[in-house]
Design a protein around this ligand. Structure first.
Ligand code: CP
Length: 307
């Protein structure tokens, strides 16, 4: 039995197969309508979510399976003090696979250690968000036709942004990847990513404070939200929340072939005037998230690809 806790749980070859399956699903959706008949997905969400929870549910329903779960800790027995370990033991009796989001780093790992069904990490605190990464990889590959030889700008909250940490971990396995890390000093990338991933693997990167300077060289601009829920101090959040706002003027500095991604939700960091720019790919990214989660559910449940 396999879990998906970290994007590195799958080799590059396995990710390639998974993305190819997701692409086949995209183009042949009806073919997959019954491959998970009789299977159940549990969504255990201790933190708010729109896209991740509903795209998992949409994915399982599109495969012919069923879904059950909770959408907040308050509506589960976590409110009575139940541990993640005990919860997943119970859920293993009800479902065939579980997707879990939790505010604490490492909680999905704990769940996997006590589970008799595959566990998918749907976000654990500021740590990892592997299915967002699979979504990002599919989006980049579908839009540009490649996953190597590119400069990726990561902008915003690089300190707490689990989508950024997961994406860096995943992208450094492809050839000739360069990063521009655009953040205020307070929200710089954590040292364990800078030292243990980027420097350790000799990846070309630079850290800057200003988005304008970076725009012309980027193939992908990955915008992120400054996350109010990760701050201990409201004043710090207010001071930093609008530090980057992507607007039409900044888009003029970018290549015609650059794409803007964002895991969403956005608050102010991308002006709505950018939404109609053909390079704005963040809502296409949401759609890719369903196909890639369908492929992941099939892979972890070891469901055969239909003819
Ligand atoms: N991208 C993402 O994780 O969105 P949600 O928080 O809405 O699930």
């Amino acid at each position: 039995m396999r879990h998906m806790l970290n994007p590195l749980d799958f080799s590059v070859e396995e990710i390639d197969r998974l993305l190819s399956l997701a692409s086949d699903i995209e183009h042949n959706l009806p073919k997959y309508a019954h491959v998970c008949d009789g299977k159940k997905l549990a969504t255990l969400f201790y933190e708010p979510s729109t896209r991740t929870r509903l795209s998992f549910e949409s994915a399982m329903l599109s495969l012919g399976g069923s879904v059950l779960g909770f959408s907040s800790a308050d509506s589960s027995s976590a409110a009575k003090g139940e541990s993640v370990a005990d919860t997943i033991r119970a859920i293993s009796c009800y479902a065939d696979i579980a997707a879990m989001r939790h505010p604490k780093e490492g909680s999905a790992l704990v769940a996997s250690q006590h589970s008799s069904i595959p566990v998918i990490n749907a976000g654990d605190g500021g740590h990892q968000h592997p299915t967002q990464t699979l979504t990002d990889l599919m989006t980049i590959r579908s839009l540009t036709g490649r996953l190597g030889n590119m400069t990726i700008g990561l902008c915003g909250d690089l300190k707490f942004g689990r989508t950024v940490h997961s994406l860096i971990n995943a992208m450094v396995r492809y050839p000739d990847i360069r990063f521009v890390l655009i953040a205020p000093d307070e929200l710089r990338i954590p040292s364990y990513i800078r030292e243990d991933v980027l420097k350790a693997k000799n990846i070309r990167f630079r850290e800057v404070n200003h988005l304008d300077d970076a725009m012309p060289e980027l193939d992908i601009l990955y915008m992120t939200r400054v996350q109010r829920e990760r701050f201990f101090n409201e004043d710090d959040y207010i001071r930093l929340k609008d530090c980057y706002i992507l607007d039409k003027k900044k888009m003029k500095l970018a290549k015609e072939t650059m794409y803007v991604l964002h895991p969403l939700p956005r608050v102010n960091e991308i002006s709505i005037e950018v939404d109609n720019d053909p390079r704005a790919a963040y809502f296409r990214q949401v759609q890719y998230g369903v196909y890639v989660r369908m492929a992941l559910i099939m892979t972890l449940l070891e469901v055969e690809k239909p003819c």
